[in-house]
Design a binder for this molecule. Sequence first.
Ligand SMILES: *[C@@H]1O[C@H](CO)[C@@H](O)[C@H](O)[C@H]1NC(C)=O
Ligand SMILES: *[C@@H]1O[C@H](CO)[C@@H](O)[C@H](O)[C@H]1NC(C)=O
Ligand SMILES: *[C@@H]1O[C@H](CO)[C@@H](O)[C@H](O)[C@H]1NC(C)=O
Ligand SMILES: *[C@@H]1O[C@H](CO)[C@@H](O)[C@H](O)[C@H]1NC(C)=O
Ligand SMILES: *[C@@H]1O[C@H](CO)[C@@H](O)[C@H](O)[C@H]1NC(C)=O
Ligand SMILES: *[C@@H]1O[C@H](CO)[C@@H](O)[C@H](O)[C@H]1NC(C)=O
Length: 358
Amino acid sequence: MAKGLEVFVALSLVIGVLQSANAEVPAIFILGDSTADVGTNNYLPESGIRADFPHNGVDFPFARATGRFSNGLNTADFLAKQFNFKRSPPSYLSLNATSAIKRRRFRGINFSSAGSGLLDTTGQTPQKNVVPMGEQVYQFSTVYNDLLAIKGPSETKNLLSKSLFFISIGSNDILGNYHSSNPMPKEQFIPNLGLVYEQHLRNLISVGARKFGIVSVPPVGCCPSQRLLTANWDCLEELNDQARAFFSMVDTLMRNLSSEFKDMKYSLGNAVEMALDVIDNHLNFNITDVMSACCGNGTLNAESFCTPTANLCSNRRRYFFWDLFHPTQTASRLAAFTLYSGEPRFVAPINFSQLPEA
Ligand SMILES: *[C@@H]1O[C@H](CO)[C@@H](O)[C@H](O)[C@H]1NC(C)=O
Ligand SMILES: *[C@@H]1O[C@H](CO)[C@@H](O)[C@H](O)[C@H]1NC(C)=O
Ligand SMILES: *[C@@H]1O[C@H](CO)[C@@H](O)[C@H](O)[C@H]1NC(C)=O
Ligand SMILES: *[C@@H]1O[C@H](CO)[C@@H](O)[C@H](O)[C@H]1NC(C)=O
Ligand SMILES: *[C@@H]1O[C@H](CO)[C@@H](O)[C@H](O)[C@H]1NC(C)=O
Ligand SMILES: *[C@@H]1O[C@H](CO)[C@@H](O)[C@H](O)[C@H]1NC(C)=O
């Protein structure tokens, strides 16, 4: 490709070419795990869960490995674009939050950390250092205090009540429990996660969050890494059942909270329905491989993470999975579009596009 054209294409990817009059939110705050991580873990020197090296980012502008577990952009990036943001909010750990807030174009912060979960213990082993949801909420509370000091109480309240809180969390808790030496049964574990999730949400509500865009746990049993554990590389249904139970729990939790807080609005994406719709009907989406990882090694390319020496598939556009756990840019784009404007089967009681005016 000619150099000029290459730069143009790269820039339009970064800037986004959506010029439609999509409803807007003043800021987006993102909490969660690797599905929304834009590089947090790069700042955790001890973290074993990082993606700031090739082949990650091979389709990102200038083929930069930003820390996203993707060949390109992730779901949070595409959602930010849908809301007409030029770029998705930067990672909290990359910022001096005080000076970021003072900037005229302050549009939010990303707290997500790959490998993290609702539980403080999820993802925390000696080799894996992550920022759990509770600490992400604490980091947000420090940003809240900065906002109060800089903008005052009424402007802060107004800004936060109109901002989108995008949350994508829970997969690592479920995977961690399932693969632990002494797993808790789903009937006990999922309600436990519900109590913890409720506390995190109440903490966010108490400092002014009112618009929540939440995505439930995807069918993690269909990840290449989990398919390896089944006889015919099928989805590991026990894990998908836990993902379904998680969705039902969050659904009830959000109904409960919104009847208590009348000015709270939310959209809840059913990630099991969303992902299985694409996996089951993949040819309609021009995706030919929904079983193996595009980047990795061994059976299903799922026996190791994506590294500079791993095998890289030649037609990335046609894969659902980027690495042994994470979706490709193609799959993430589909997820973001569905969250933004999908039907109630996938996102309810309203879709994300309806949140700004709700
Ligand atoms: C948010 O930050 C985390 C950690 O850096 C990153 O993995 C994730 O992709 C980011 N999310 C978005 C939507 O950019
Ligand atoms: C962050 O920026 C503020 C000014 O906006 C400055 O006063 C403060 O020292 C900075 N903090 C750090 C840790 O650099
Ligand atoms: C929702 O509220 C009902 C009634 O108060 C309660 O029994 C239930 O445990 C709550 N569920 C969740 C997930 O918060
Ligand atoms: C499907 O993907 C292939 C390979 O990327 C591309 O050549 C083809 O045009 C796509 N077809 C449709 C209908 O998008
Ligand atoms: C992955 O496989 C390729 C070739 O099949 C090999 O060259 C490379 O060393 C392997 N990398 C890892 C990390 O196993
Ligand atoms: C979701 O979003 C679109 C706007 O993008 C809206 O027109 C539509 O009514 C919503 N879809 C459903 C099925 O609610």
